[in-house]
Write a protein that binds this ligand. Structure first.
Ligand code: NCD
Ligand code: ZN
Length: 348
């Protein structure tokens, strides 16, 4: 039986929510990942130092790790899990950013109203209005993560956003800009055009196209923002992921919603993949004969791009079918009830 070991997997784009949902799902990520970039789109969004610190404590509590003074005391036997915290982008002043810099890993920018809980995001991308914040972020070495979609026609939103990426990349050459959850070949092409542009890619966008979402019976659990695009877009994503292009990292964008909010008239956007992401990635990379590149895609590239050094964790996966549960505490995962090709055998 084929076996594959991954060291310190990182999920560079994760929604952990808050309250009961956080308590229910956070440990699924903490089990198999060494750390994750935590999205700030709570209600209200995480935008002060106090909120950020308190949210991090709630996450650590939910995964069974308590923060005691500055020391991390561990109660879980799955090894550590580092929540790399983010703030919701607003025009912050440099004094504030300098004060909060040690507590956060990145700032996440949402265009206003483009996705779940993004109403307080950026309304118009006026470079001069954003300049003081973005220049301060560059000086403090705080990366900017961006949800890159316009409010245009849904299939064109990401491609239309490319000129905003260009203008951010050229106006702020010292700012690290991460194009989050890219779904198009246009975004893939941007990677080699600007030294300071990077990207995360989800596992579902490596697997599905729009056809899987609405081509037959409509599949609410595959509905997300940005929507899955054309097969040729998926092929472009697969190419850079499978080659572990050094500017590309895995970010699941696992975005849990309660079942009744997905199976509803007015389906919430988000695909829940956290508990099956590594198994699916093994399957994809193995089928393509590229398993040797998976370590870079799920950890090493992110470590060099963000300059982070996660705690040791070893995940042993085996090529043995895994039946995906119908729900995880009321949240329906991708491929619920179906069998996938790889399982997690052990975590050390
Ligand atoms: C995310 C969510 O539910 O918070 N939804 C999604 O479809 N990806 C928000 C986001 O990342 O766009
Ligand atoms: Zn997201």
């Amino acid at each position: 039986m084929k076996q594959h070991t991954l060291l310190m997997p990182l999920d560079m784009h994760l929604h952990l929510r808050d309250g009961i949902m956080l308590e229910n799902i956070a440990s699924l990520s903490a089990y198999s990942f060494s750390g994750a970039i935590i999205m700030p789109n709570l209600v209200p969004p995480v935008s002060t130092k106090e909120e950020l610190i308190a949210y991090k404590e709630r996450i650590l509590h939910a995964v069974g790790i308590e923060a005691a003074d500055d020391e991390m005391e561990e109660f879980s036997d799955n090894g550590g899990f580092e929540p790399y915290m983010t703030l919701f982008y607003q025009n912050y002043d440099e004094d504030f950013l300098a004060e909060v810099a040690d507590e956060l890993t990145a700032i996440k920018l949402y265009p206003a109203g483009i996705t779940t809980n993004s109403e307080g995001g950026v309304k118009n991308f006026d470079i001069e209005e954003m300049r003081p914040t973005l220049e301060a972020m560059a000086r403090l070495d705080i990366p900017l993560c961006v949800h890159g979609e316009t409010d245009g026609f849904v299939m064109d939103r990401e491609a239309e956003f490319m000129n905003i990426y260009e203008s951010l990349a050229t106006n702020f050459p010292d700012l690290k800009i991460i194009m989050e959850h890219i779904t198009t070949k246009e975004a893939v092409d941007m990677l080699d055009k600007h030294a300071n542009l990077y990207a995360t890619i989800t596992v579902h966008h490596l697997l599905i196209s729009l056809d899987d979402v609405i081509g037959g019976m409509m599949k609410p659990h595959l509905f997300c923002k940005p929507i899955a695009k054309r097969p040729e877009d998926r092929d472009a994503l697969l190419k850079v992921a499978l080659d572990a292009h050094p500017k590309v990292m895995f970010g699941s964008d696992s975005a849990p919603h309660p079942q009744h909010k997905k199976e509803a008239c007015g389906c919430a956007a988000g695909v829940f993949t956290a508990p099956i992401a590594l198994q699916l990635l093994c399957e994809i990379f193995e089928k393509a004969g590229k398993l040797d590149n998976l370590q870079s895609f799920v950890s090493d590239n992110a470590q060099s791009i963000y300059g982070i050094c996660p705690e040791f964790k070893e995940i042993i996966l085996v090529q043995e079918p895994f039946k995906v549960p119908e729900t995880y505490k009321g949240v329906v995962p991708m491929y619920a009830g179906e069998s996938i090709g790889w399982s997690i055998e052990d975590v050390d």
